[in-house]
Design a protein around this ligand. Structure first.
Ligand SMILES: [Zn+2]
Length: 90
């Protein structure tokens, strides 16, 4: 039997709304998608979380801020995919 692991509750560092961080079983770790530190790879962002709305807003409307913070090309590609997926869901 697979043990259920609780989702993490955090707050978006931008809008302060609740962010639910899901546990990804195949990866055996928490999702990185809402972890601002993961995107930016910056020490000062390590424990910052960001909601889908703010992430999307940053990506679509604040491109310079986004590009300044997210430098890793692989992660930029991941972000583009994620943004496409988000559009399909909403
Ligand atoms: Zn937010």
């Amino acid at each position: 039997m697979v043990k259920r692991i609780k989702n993490l509750e955090n707050h978006c560092y931008k809008c302060k709304k609740k962010v639910l961080v899901k546990y990804v079983y195949p990866k055996r770790k928490y999702s990185d998608k809402n972890n601002w530190g993961w995107w930016t790879e910056k020490e000062e962002n390590k424990n910052k979380y960001i909601c889908d709305n703010c992430l999307s807003n940053l990506f679509h409307k604040k491109k310079s801020e986004y590009l300044e913070n997210v430098n890793n090309n692989t992660k930029r590609a991941t972000m583009r995919n994620y943004m496409c997926k988000l559009r399909e869901i909403h």
